[in-house]
Design a protein around this ligand. Structure first.
Ligand SMILES: Cc1cc2nc3c(=O)[nH]c(=O)nc-3n(C[C@H](O)[C@H](O)[C@H](O)COP(=O)(O)OP(=O)(O)OC[C@H]3O[C@@H](n4cnc5c(N)ncnc54)[C@H](O)[C@@H]3O)c2cc1C
Length: 386
């Protein structure tokens, strides 16, 4: 893409743009080296670049959230597999930041090695009976002295087949009381934890997904996050974090797609003229730029709010709006790219293969968009229930 067009996309804070550029350059050769490696090798290679490392709030440069967002955008721009970018964003924003905020200093220090990549986390909420309604969960933790014993199963969990530790939500009370759920963080190599089925995904296929079954698993003392009964509050925090910034993973892939399509339209001849000379083609390219622009502005705005110390739970509505907007713009951008690529969109080893499944999956995870819309309308005072 020519320099002026690239400048149009420089919508992040200046210090963040420097991080994006640094990580694009740093990651380039690493991405090439590990392109065909397994998930864990690619994960470790990105962790070795520092992508999982949370900056301290008083470090110079952009705030910690903005910095993480820019690092993930940078490696995506360098061509890192979108699935790896997704998994990194999921752990950094949906787990590490909320845990650092929720855990006492010594508890966070005890798991801080997750930032080196050697220990991988997963976030286990969904069950076979449904993911949208947390109160439908059947996984149960019963107290025995100062430990909890866990029974049940969590299904469709990103990274479950390879994770070392899990954040697991379980029922410690009855019914739909806001205090009926609790959250736990514990290692997965304890007796009573079984890694059951693995799922072959059509979206983000490079990231493993699986099921965790708990059969009388005695959780180590200290596994409870917060207080017994505070699971819904923990979940409100992890999901608000996710909704606010997880789709930052898509910025690098979106920019790469736009660049490829611009080059394609600029260089290909159609009907005796350049394809890009068609107003309809130009219009689709502009729509792609708009989708990317809206997404960048919103994601960096959310990062700035979080960096300013706004508690994630207070940003629930803005986070939901951002998640809906960016996920739908990611789908839209990919649809335009697919239309402009012709048959090549459907040829796996062409120069323009399309992947619509991965953007479409973003409409579902971190809260299905339809249900997020219901929550937003409720915030405006409409008497609408899920
Ligand atoms: C790529 C990917 C990664 C994932 N990773 C994880 C993970 O790491 N951890 C985890 O816990 N889960 C994960 N999930 C699961 C995800 O969180 C759930 O899919 C999601 O919460 C929805 O749950 P469900 O699929 O059971 O859909 P359901 O709850 O069965 O809902 C299905 C659909 O029905 C519609 N619907 C249902 N009820 C209503 C209503 N009242 N009003 C309007 N529409 C309604 C919605 O459109 C919804 O999408 C992942 C999913 C995907 C696709």
């Amino acid at each position: 893409m020519s320099a002026p067009a690239d400048l149009l996309l420089r919508t992040g804070p200046k210090a963040a743009e420097e991080v994006v550029d640094t990580y694009r350059e740093l990651a380039g050769p690493v991405v090439e080296k590990v392109r065909d490696a397994d998930f864990r090798t690619q994960w470790q290679a990105m962790a070795d670049l520092g992508v999982l490392r949370l900056a301290a709030a008083d470090d110079t440069g952009p705030g910690p959230v903005t910095r993480s967002l820019a690092m993930i955008e940078g490696i995506g721009l360098a061509g890192a597999d979108p699935g790896i970018c997704y998994a990194l964003a999921s752990q950094v924003f949906g787990m590490q930041f909320p845990l650092r905020a929720a855990l006492a200093e010594d508890a966070w220090r005890a798991i801080a090695e997750v930032q080196d990549g050697g220990t991988l986390l997963c976030h286990a909420l969904t069950e076979r009976s449904g993911g949208s309604d947390p109160f439908s969960m059947r996984t149960r933790a019963r107290r025995e002295g100062d430990v909890f014993v866990l029974d049940g199963a969590k299904t469709f969990i990103t990274a479950a087949p390879v994770a070392d530790r899990a954040i697991v939500f379980a029922r410690t009370g009855e019914g739909r009381s806001p205090f009926a759920l609790s959250a736990f963080l514990f290692p997965l190599d304890i007796p009573g934890v079984v890694r059951a089925e693995s799922f072959t995904k059509t979206a983000l296929p490079s990231v493993p997904m699986g099921e965790l079954v708990f059969e009388g698993a005695r959780l180590p003392a200290g596994s409870l996050i917060g207080d017994e009964g505070s699971g819904l509050a923990v979940m409100a925090s992890t999901t608000a974090w996710e909704r606010a910034v997880i789709l930052g993973y898509a910025l690098g892939p979106m920019r790469r797609t736009l660049r490829r399509i611009v080059e394609w339209a600029a260089g290909r001849d159609h009907f005796g003229r350049r394809m890009g000379a068609s107003h309809q083609v130009a219009s689709r390219v502009s729509e792609m730029a708009l989708a990317l622009h809206r997404s960048r502005v919103q994601l960096y705005a959310m990062a700035a709010l979080l960096d300013a110390g706004t508690p994630a739970r207070q940003l629930a509505a803005e986070a939901a709006l951002t998640k809906i907007s960016v996920s739908e713009d990611y789908v839209r951008l990919t649809e335009h790219a697919t239309a402009l690529s012709g048959v090549r969109a459907f040829i796996a080893d062409s120069e323009l293969p399309a992947d619509l499944h991965s953007p479409m999956a973003a409409l579902t995870y971190a809260g299905p968009n339809d249900l997020l819309r219901v929550g937003i309308a409720r915030q405006f005072g409409l008497p609408v229930e899920n």
